[in-house]
Structures are given as C-alpha cells and as structure tokens.
Design a protein around this ligand. Structure first.
Ligand code: NAD
Length: 467
C-alpha cells in the first residue's frame, strides 16, 4: 500500500503490528506501528496543506464529491477487508461504505453562510465562519469507516485538514480508504496514521492540532480531554451508551419483536446506540422474553464473509472477555440465560446471542455497557419506575419507547434523559440530524449542520455604517 512515511530518519524501519481476523482468532495481516517522530511530521504537513485547502470552498466541494465517487467505486475492495478485520456480515460492510460516500456528499454540499447580527446598533456586524486548523480524528473498531467519515467529512468540508487514527484492531480498511480518498484530494489534506498506544494519546495532545474529535469509550474520552487540555484544542467526544428500550402496555409484541431484536444485536451488539436493556410491563414479561429468545436462537451466527451470516463474531479478545464476564456475573447473581449465555465452541471470538431474564438491576450487564450480543430484559411495575430506571445511569446517548398509541409513547419518550429518543425504532439516524450524547455519553454535537459548525469558529467583522 503506497503510504508515505514522512519524517523517518533514513534507514529507520517502522515496526508493524498484527491484525487479527475475529472469525478465526488468527493474525492475517499487519499494519505500521507509527511513532511520535512520524506523527510530528504528519501534523506539520497537515498544517502546510491547510493553507491552500482552506482557501477555496468550491474546489473543496468538488474534491469531496470526487472522493465520494472514488469510495463507492472501491466498494468491492473495501468491503471484504472491512469484514475480515471487523467481523461484520459483508452486506453490512457494503452499507458502511455507502454511508461513508453519502456522508462525503452531504457535507460537500453543506456550506456555512455568513450571519449578519441585527441588534439595532448603527453598525454592520457579521459572523463569518472560519476553519480551525488540523483536526485529529480518533475512532473505535465497531464502524471503522462510517465513524471515520463522521469525523473527516465535516472537518474537511469546513476547510480543515485531518489526521485520522483508526483503532489498532481495525486499521486496514481505513488505510485503504485513505489511499482511495487521496486520489481525489490534495496531498496531506487527509492522512491516516496507525499504531498502538501511545499513538492516540500523542495525537490528542499534539500542539499542532486545533480540534480533537474522538469516538470511543468513556475512560478513553476522559484521557483525550485531559490530553487536549494541554493545547486547549477544541474537543468533541462521542462516547459510550447504555440505551434503554421501554415497552408500553399497549405494545404489539409480535409486530415489534424483529425490530427490537435487531436494534440490540446488529453488528453483534457493538453499536454505541444499540438497545442495551429492555424494560417490559410485568404482564407482558414472559411473552417478550420468549419472542426475543426465539430470535436469538434462530439468528445465523458465522463468519462475516459466509453468505447468510446475520451475526458475526465479537471484534476482539478483550471485548469478548468483557461480554463473558458480564454474562457470568449476571448468571451468578441469579439471572437466567433464556437463549445463549456462553461462547460458541469454535475458533474465533463467537458468543451465542444471549437473552437474560430475571437479571438483578444492579448487575453490570444492566448498569454498564456490555457492547456485545447480550441483552438483559427487565420487568417493571409502574411506568415511573421504568423511566427512572432508564434514566438512572451515568449514560445519556439514546433511548426508545415502544407502543401502539404514538402520542402516549411520545409523551414517555419526552421524559428520557438522552440525546435521541425514538418511538417504535432505535438507532435510526439521518445524516441531517444532530447526534449528541449527554451526561457521560458525550461532549459536543455531530451530524447535520451542527457537525459542520463543530469544525468552524465564528469570526466577527464589525464596521460602522459611516466612516
Ligand atoms: P476505546 O476508547 O478503547 O478506543 C477508541 C480509540 O481511541 C481507538 O482508536 C484507540 O486506539 C484510541 N485510544 C486508546 N487509548 C487512547 C488514549 N489514551 N488517547 C487517545 N486515543 C486512545 O474504544 P473502543 O473499545 O475502540 O470502542 C468501543 C467504545 O466506543 C464503546 O464504549 C462505544 O459505545 C463507543 N462508541 C461510541 C460512539 C458514539 O457515537 N457515541 C460510536 C461508536 C462507539
């Protein structure tokens, strides 16, 4: 792969690290383990490239539209590689690539407009939006391309350059994406760096970076904010979620069961805004548990490259260990695995789709983010109790309410303390809408015009009406 390694002293070799196929548990390729001296050079070049990239919005939009075409055209190369390192079914990799191209197009066509300030004074005062400088984008392994594009598409469209660091679990498709996009953009406008820690920490605290936009776990988000504090760079954090789905008394269980199941299990449950706990009226409890368990038992689990696979493996060994630990803790505390509850007896990081009933409410699988194919289902007595439980964690990403009377469901959704509340759906996002977690789930706003303005600063020109 033609990745330049600027800044290395002649004769210095970049070390490489192994990339594992989660469907086999075996290493199948490797990626460069880039070091701080290389990072300094990359950020320096991103700064140089910013001078001309920021200057011409029309050329920028044209280049980003060409980049979107190039991404689409490379789908047949990108998708199998993404599935191989991430584990997801091939069709979902294609969907991720389509979303990446769509996002480039969306932001290419979204231009910030100057805003006059009219406050009655005899002055002409106007806000003109200016880019920030080189942006650091740091992303996790669950949607490597889609989440990367959620960072670089608005950052580049706003006139910034971007240094993007994927997770060391999924560096390969991102590297390929970088070379595909580089055919359409000027050099050093978007640079991919790969490596193990402390590369991310160095990038987040780099003095040449003006905005750190991070997606990942809450503890790492805190470390990123601390690192960026050194240079007082702007910080956007999209962090973990523990979304609750509340079913109402009038819910049509058979009608919503498929949608609810896949809202929890898509991408093997490794979605920040997946349904991670379900609250059900006591009268409907056994019906809902059975409906979900039946789907968990019949979902087709396998390698993402196998046609027909609906659920792939968990992405990596530490994540699989977390899923196993949370499940074991719940079972030891009296929960029942109505489906699954264990690893699959085959190579790779496979865990049986699991529905847990009778889970104590203080079990980590309820209070923390399991981020895997395990779903606790909890009964409730009164609706107030359910809303209080849904809101009763440090997370605040999303939530949903499911019922037949939409007005009533909306009134309950309105009580959820989170960034997005769905009715009879979960985790449906348009490119045009804001996405912002509250509490420990995030700082700042992604998506839509809000995502663009998150990469811009207001610059005010103030002049009198007369000299
Ligand atoms: P993670 O926090 O371990 O890693 C995320 C990224 O940060 C990776 O690229 C990693 O290499 C890098 N990193 C690790 N230590 C760092 C440090 N000290 N400084 C800077 N960067 C560092 O998260 P993960 O396990 O890869 O991803 C799963 C988490 O991401 C879950 O909590 C999930 O909810 C969250 N997530 C959130 C959203 C959202 O939009 N809110 C979307 C997807 C995933």
């Amino acid at each position: 792969m033609p990745t330049r390694q600027p800044g290395r002293a002649p004769g210095t070799r970049t070390e490489r690290f192994a990339v594992v196929d989660p469907a086999t548990g075996e290493a199948f390729d490797e990626a460069p383990d880039q070091q701080p001296d290389e990072l300094d050079a990359v950020v320096g070049r991103a700064h140089e490239a910013w001078r001309s990239w920021r200057a011409d919005p029309v050329a920028r939009a044209t280049a980003l539209l060409a980049a979107a075409d190039a991404v689409e055209a490379a789908g047949t190369d990108l998708a199998p590689l993404l599935t191989r390192e991430q584990g997801k079914p091939l069709a979902e990799s294609y969907a991720e690539i389509a979303r990446t191209a769509a996002r480039l197009r969306y932001f290419a066509e979204l231009a910030p407009s100057p805003q006059p300030i009219t406050d009655g004074r005899p002055v002409r005062s106007e806000v003109r939006w200016r880019p920030l400088g080189p942006v650091a984008a740091i992303v996790p392994w669950n949607f490597p391309l889609q989440l990367a594009s959620a960072k670089f598409a608005p950052a580049l469209a706003a006139g910034n350059t971007t240094v993007l660091k994927p997770s060391p679990f999924t560096p390969l498709a991102t590297r390929l994406l970088g070379s595909v996009i580089s055919t359409a953009l000027p050099e050093d406008v978007l640079t991919i760096v790969t490596g193990r820690e402390p590369l991310g920490a160095r990038l987040a605290s780099h003095p040449g970076i003006r905005h750190v936009t991070f997606t990942g776990s809450i503890p790492t988000g805190r470390a990123v904010a601390e690192g960026a504090a050194a240079s007082l760079a702007r910080v956007t954090l999209e962090l973990g979620g523990n979304d609750a789905a509340i079913l109402l008394e009038d819910v049509d269980v058979e009608r919503i069961a498929d949608r609810l199941f896949w809202a929890a299990f898509r991408n093997c449950g490794q979605v920040c805004m997946a349904v991670k706990r379900v609250y059900v009226p006591a009268r409907l409890y056994s019906h809902v548990v059975e409906a979900l368990a039946q789907r968990a038992k019949t979902a087709v689990v396998g390698a993402g490259l196998d046609p027909g696979t609906q659920l792939g493996p968990v992405n990596n060994a530490p994540q699989l260990a977390r899923v196993e630990r949370y499940t074991a803790q719940a079972l030891a505390a009296g929960a029942r695995a109505v489906a699954g509850g264990h690893r699959l007896d085959r190579p790779g990081y496979f865990f049986a789709p699991t529905i847990l009933a009778d889970v104590p409410s203080d079990s980590p699988v309820v209070t923390q983010e399991q981020f895997g194919p395990v779903l606790p289902v909890l009964p409730y007595g009164s609706l107030d109790e359910a809303v209080e439980a849904a809101n009763g964690t440090g997370f605040g990403l999303g939530g949903s309410v499911w019922g037949t009377d939409l007005d009533r469901a909306e009134a309950v959704a309105d009580r959820l303390e989170c960034g997005t509340a769905w009715i009879n759906h979960h985790a449906e996002l348009s490119l045009a809408q804001p996405f912002a977690g509250i509490k420990e789930s995030g700082v700042g706003v992604a998506g839509g015009p809000w995502g663009l303005y998150g990469n811009l600063r207001p610059f005010v020109v103030h002049r009198p009406e007369e000299a």
